[in-house]
Write a protein that binds this ligand. Structure first.
Ligand SMILES: *[C@@H]1O[C@H](CO)[C@@H](O)[C@H](O)[C@H]1NC(C)=O
Ligand SMILES: [Cu+2]
Length: 422
């Protein structure tokens, strides 16, 4: 007994050591993802679904969002995505193009058109298919996936299909299918041998027209539809000035977002401008660059601890590491709750950032600079004690920026002769 206990302890200790050694090998910046971090889930010559690396596998620091995945679907003009269901709840955002989605149940089928800016929800297990209705534009959909079966894993189930996409019916025994279909074996066997083109297929113009919802149809305002579509670009921006606009979908507008404690926002940062410094109180923000270029900076206490190991006691605790990376179309950045953050647009193009926000129900964005920043709210004594400076000094610094939400960016300020740090 005793020996076994010690052996167990030893094995455990070795395991712990190897886990932490592995931790130290992790990339310096686990918060940024690019093309290399996507794998292809589905692919045919007419489109593909790319899935971002599992957050929990990337870094222990991302364990908090370990049961979410991000995916991007791209379908060429006039294509059809074969009906399937998935073991994930999915929040979808149409980044580009025009399509139609159909969801099926045992006694009805609902179809609705989608276009850029639309967000909608597909509950796990819902039989779904979609089309790209446009004749020359790709349909691009960004997805936040929440697995309901195996944590962090996403599987699609195709019934309609054949060899490729492989139909799950074929996993069953012949005698089961004879009985289940009550059809002749040669009939059902030959049916499941025909499809070899994959899950994303070219469709004819007539087929697309027949599967499209007529414009101006009653959906989503009438009927007993389970889904609902909101266009985020039609919302009144919650923040707006010459330096940028922030569009949000308030979860009270969308029941499924509320139920699942997630939300979406879209920031359109004017060229040469930036967001104000801020942090999210509770939400972890997964930012996807939809358009433009720029960079971000974030303050992270976790990475600072990793770096500070073995350097003696010089460093104050906590201490913060600057995390920074260029942003371009397709870059994904994770901004954990509490972490101060800023995103900056390049000088030649607006930077458009889509964000999925997890744990968003009671989230607040606390501004750390600009009008209405939280330091301004401290009383004189608190300012003086905290900074060990006069309150006037503090006010000079925290009271000078009169914009909020979005502000002039660093380079633009230099060009215009503004004082940087003279
Ligand atoms: C972002 O703003 C620019 C300038 O107002 C506009 O042309 C562009 O369409 C906007 N993009 C999105 C996705 O809203
Ligand atoms: Cu951190």
């Amino acid at each position: 007994m005793r020996i076994t206990g010690r052996v167990c302890f030893l094995v455990l200790a070795i395991l712990l050591v190897s886990v932490s050694a592995k931790g130290e090998e992790q990339e310096e910046n686990p918060y940024v993802f690019d093309d290399r971090h996507f794998t292809t889930g589905l692919q045919t010559q007419h489109g593909r679904l790319r899935i971002l690396q599992n957050f929990a596998e990337r870094s222990k620091l991302l364990l908090g969002i370990g049961n979410y995945r991000v995916a991007v679907l791209e379908a060429q003009p006039h294509t059809f995505i074969v009906p399937n269901h998935q073991d994930v709840n999915t929040l979808l955002y149409v980044a580009q193009g025009e399509g139609a989605v159909s969801v099926v149940s045992e006694d009805n089928r609902e179809s609705f058109n989608i276009r850029e800016g639309d967000i909608f929800w597909i509950a796990a297990g819902t039989p779904t298919y979609l089309i790209n209705r446009h004749n020359n534009q790709n349909l691009v959909i960004a997805e936040l996936l929440q697995p309901v079966s195996v944590p962090g894993r996403v599987e699609a189930f195709f019934g309609a299909g054949g060899e490729n996409p492989e139909s799950f019916y074929k996993a069953f025994s012949d005698e089961i299918l004879d009985a289940a279909f009550n059809a002749r074996r040669d009939r059902w066997q030959s049916l499941f041998r025909k499809q070899r083109q994959g899950a994303i297929l070219k469709a004819s113009e007539e087929q697309i027209r027949a599967m499209s919802r007529e414009e101006g149809g009653i959906w989503p305002f009438g009927g007993q539809t389970k889904a609902s579509v909101i266009n985020i670009l039609e919302q009144r921006p919650s923040q707006s000035n010459q330096y940028g606009k922030l569009y949000e979908v308030d979860s009270s507008q969308h029941r499924q977002l509320q139920d699942h404690d997630v939300s979406i926002s879209l920031a359109n940062i004017t060229q040469g401008a930036m967001t104000t410094l801020y942090y999210n109180s509770e939400a972890t923000q997964i930012v996807i660059v939809e358009d433009g270029e720029g960079y971000f900076e974030m303050a992270c206490p976790h990475l600072s601890q990793q770096q500070g190991q073995g350097q003696g006691q010089q460093q104050p605790r906590p201490s913060y590491q600057k995390v920074s990376s260029p942003l371009k179309q397709g870059t994904v950045v994770v901004v954990p709750a509490g972490h101060p953050y800023v995103a900056v647009a390049s000088n030649n193009q607006n930077l458009v950032l889509l964000s999925f926000e997890i744990n968003s129900k009671n989230n607040r964005r606390y501004p750390l600079a600009g009008k209405r920043n939280i330091i301004n709210q401290l009383e004189r004594e608190a300012k003086e004690l905290a900074f060990r400076a006069s309150a006037r000094n503090v006010d000079e610094v925290f009271g000078s920026q009169n914009d909020e939400g979005f502000v002039k960016g660093p380079r633009q300020q230099q060009q215009q002769g503004g004082r940087a740090d003279a």
